[in-house]
Design a protein around this ligand. Sequence first.
Ligand code: FAD
Length: 590
Amino acid sequence: AIYESYAQLPKNKPFDFVIIGGGTAGSVVANRLSANPSYNVLVLEAGVSNRGVLDSIVPFFSDDVVPFTPWDWNYTTVPQPGLNNRSISYPRGYLLGGTSSVNYMTYTRGSSQDWDRYAAISGDDGWKWDNIFTDVLKAEKWVAPSDHHNTTGQYDPQFHNTTGVTSVSLPGYPLPNIDPRIIQTTKDLPDEFPFTEDYNSGNPLGVGWSQSTIDTRGRRSSAATSYLGPKYISRPNLHVLLHAKVTRLVKTGTKNGKPEILGVQFVNSTNTAQNFTVKARKELVLSAGSVNTPQLLQLSGIGDESLLSSLNIPVVVNNPSVGRNLSDHPRLTNLWYANSNQTFEAAQRNQTLADEEFDEWQEGTGPLVDSFTNQLAFLRVPANDTTFWSQFNSSTFEDPAAGDITPHYEMLFSNGIVPGAVPLPATGSFFNVITVVVSPASRGSIMINSSNPLAHPVINPGFLTEDFDFEVMKYAVHSAQRFVAGPAWSDYILGPYPGSDNTTMAGTEEQLGQYVRQNTGTIWHPTATASMSPVGADWGVVDPDLLVKGVSGLRIVDMSVLPRVPAAHTQSPAYIVGERGASLVIAAWN
Ligand SMILES: Cc1cc2nc3c(=O)[nH]c(=O)nc-3n(C[C@H](O)[C@H](O)[C@H](O)COP(=O)(O)OP(=O)(O)OC[C@H]3O[C@@H](n4cnc5c(N)ncnc54)[C@H](O)[C@@H]3O)c2cc1C
């Protein structure tokens, strides 16, 4: 059941497992562990209920759920030197389902080489693509899109599963002004923009139809609606406490010479005066996500000794890797004026039309059944582009992509300005290519600067601090320019949108560089802040079985454990980590 207050929580039986964070991966663990009726499972979630949150339910409203709302942790980065010292918002879901309840629902798994590299880095073949593929399938419930169109050729069924948990579908609302042009461009310019039937096959390269975590009625499928859906949340041994903000992990003893961490201290998020405690009999599972997981470790004395001592936090384990190594994807919105009256802007400037679209959505039709992208592309800078590659010193440079079928950049095609991405201009219709550096070299960090658990940590993603990322972003913009210069667009694209900040993508290389630094933000994929590493390594935070190094009883299951961001949107990877993490817990206690 779901409880709104500590008073409602049944306390007659001890909890075997306590999961911190009812987010994407944490909900998977809660679901799989509570399938065993002899395990009493508690989830402590800081945020609010996802129930009835319309902006979280309607796919096209996803831009309204965050940032700076009651469903957001409301974080901001420190000034980013690579972004002309701008600070940017850094949203994380603050409701059941975590960030799966606020994301844009794009469903991508990464390349097989991303996962094979996790196995190589961690020294555990269990993380290889061939071995995690069962976890991929366990998580996925492939469903028909809401318009039930013929999907032949838009995906490859051999890579999908219709009997898993979270709904995944192709777009449910066709965009006749741009869909055919995008597909035609894969025929007109196949060398740079080849078509791929399914980017989730392990080889993501090419332009393909978007797959999204949207159900067959055009509603968001999140970890809360799926893994904690009615079928599961009614289990008598599954307890979810909302508004429970964990402030510290507590040492409860010593086991095998290591501090045993089975205690949790938490407060009511809305009335933080009183401290509550709870203890797990078997294990604590920390699933607070890539920002809050390292923050909680540091608050609990697991982190860099010099940092902890400077804040008067007693050191439990000196581990400088905690919070370091943050790896995230920079994102840039690129706009062109479009010769169309069927773009997103139409309803944004016309309330009657917007109301009609909402009425349609209630029937499971119309444009609001999708988020913002019907097709996307994963692409590489070609190996024979010597102008590009000769910029880097060949003796020290290492391509951050995991291998030759792993993309350097992504393009997401949108039928107008994704609401909120830039202020809506008074006039004009737009075509939008969002460019993303998906195999970045830059690294950042999450560090506390206060022992107050309610203070925000210092978030520094280090965007575009490595030249490689900056050059790939410029390359991606040029690639997008070549895409819209294809013959299919000659009567559609009217010219680049210069924007309102005096920078332009259409000028000299110098001007393009300014445009990139001034307009790049994040696509919100922080990863790797509690990275796994081989058993016995002198770096890393968890072993490949996700148990925290140097302590007993504590496991981390969320996106913080992957050693670098995959070349993918990170919710499917979070579900995969959740499934594999749950299997590891179950195996340990069998
Ligand atoms: C705006 C946005 C759009 C995105 N779009 C996409 C997309 O289209 N496709 C995609 O694949 N990915 C997308 N992502 C990223 C993806 O959703 C995340 O990478 C993924 O959901 C992270 O899962 P997680 O389990 O690691 O963390 P989360 O899902 O964030 O779970 C962490 C949970 O822990 C809770 N928590 C944290 N601290 C505490 C505490 N102290 N006490 C108790 N509870 C706590 C949080 O409230 C949260 O519920 C997007 C992200 C954002 C922010």
